[in-house]
Design a protein around this ligand. Structure first.
Ligand code: SAM
Length: 288
């Protein structure tokens, strides 16, 4: 099969000309295509990965593998913050991150703000397992621009902000700059944490360095980038970056993570510890 071109009738491909790579999944059929006021959204039924959603041609989430990303975008930050109660998720319209956040019994309020209601409506239909906590009394699901929401947020009102957004293009672009980070610093309580999906350490290192620098320049005191596999994103190797307000990023609450009162498929206290280990090329890039 090597070298054979992929018939678009049977394969969906995300092609990235800027990084010279592409990713494909074998499909049975396209089941939905919606152009919202913000984005172009497609949903495919794949042969081996369940459903797959793309936004503006970029793979977002598949049934089979999304647990890694959603667990790693929520549990490391929530087991790093000393006592998280009020969490805000920017983006995350498929509701998978919200579901993971609400597994933490100490959480009192989880607010999800996605700019595009269509993402959530399609997730309710094709990824219902990600939406099963949407009716939790602690959950609020809003449809608005996360940039605006954060700029208008009450000062010192949030413990953890999770930015589970698209890449820094289109509506997601403004979630990776100084102005947004400054509004996050203002909205976070002392000791509060921002955690943001921070792209691929292999093929997006300049962007990751810029993000980290913008976070520090905007007033965050300390950063911690964690690594994890993310099969359907470019390179398959992904990261999230935790930024802390007013103090160093705390040590993981290892005992709490070990004794977590809920099931996870990828996250554990050992995986959390391992995710913090940065390879030499990254340490060097971050120190430069
Ligand atoms: N959680 C998914 C996964 O498992 O890979 C991928 C991320 S999620 C689908 C990305 C979301 O960011 C989209 O639903 C998009 O609508 C949202 N988004 C992009 N820009 C936004 C903004 N400025 N404010 C709020 N949400 C935004």
């Amino acid at each position: 099969m090597a070298g054979q071109s992929l018939d678009p009738k049977h394969w969906v491909t995300e092609r990235n000309d800027d990084t010279g790579n592409a990713f494909s999944l074998e499909i049975k059929q396209k089941v939905q295509e919606v152009t919202s006021p913000f984005q172009h959204i497609e949903v495919y039924e794949t042969t081996k990965f369940g459903y797959l959603m793309l936004i503006d041609g970029f793979t977002m989430v598949s049934t089979r593998e999304n647990f890694i990303y959603h667990e790693m975008m929520s549990h490391p930050a929530l087991f790093t913050h000393p006592n998280p109660k009020n969490v805000v998720i920017i983006g995350g319209g498929d509701c998978g991150t919200l579901k993971e956040v609400l597994k933490h019994p100490g959480i009192e309020q989880a607010t999800q703000i996605d700019i595009d209601e269509q993402v959530t409506r399609l997730s309710e239909e094709y990824f219902p397992e990600l939406c099963e906590s949407n009716n939790d009394p602690r959950a609020s699901i809003l449809f608005d621009d996360g940039i605006k929401f954060m700029a208008e947020a009450l000062p010192e009102s949030i413990d953890v902000i999770i930015v589970d957004s698209t890449d820094p293009v289109g509506p997601g672009e403004g979630l990776f700059n100084h102005a947004f980070y400054q509004s996050c610093v203002k909205a976070l309580r002392q000791g509060g944490l921002l955690v943001q999906q921070s792209e691929s350490p292999l093929i997006h290192m300049p962007l990751l360095k810029d993000m980290r620098q913008a976070m520090l320049d905007s007033g965050f005191a300390d950063l911690q980038t964690l690594l994890f596999p993310q099969m359907i994103y470019p390179s398959g190797w992904w990261s999230c970056t935790i930024a802390s307000k007013g103090q160093s990023v705390p040590i993981m609450r290892e005992a709490d993570a070990k004794d977590r009162p809920f099931e996870t498929l990828y996250y554990s206290e050992q995986v959390h510890a391992g995710a913090q280990a940065l390879p030499p090329f990254m340490k060097k890039a971050f120190e430069a």
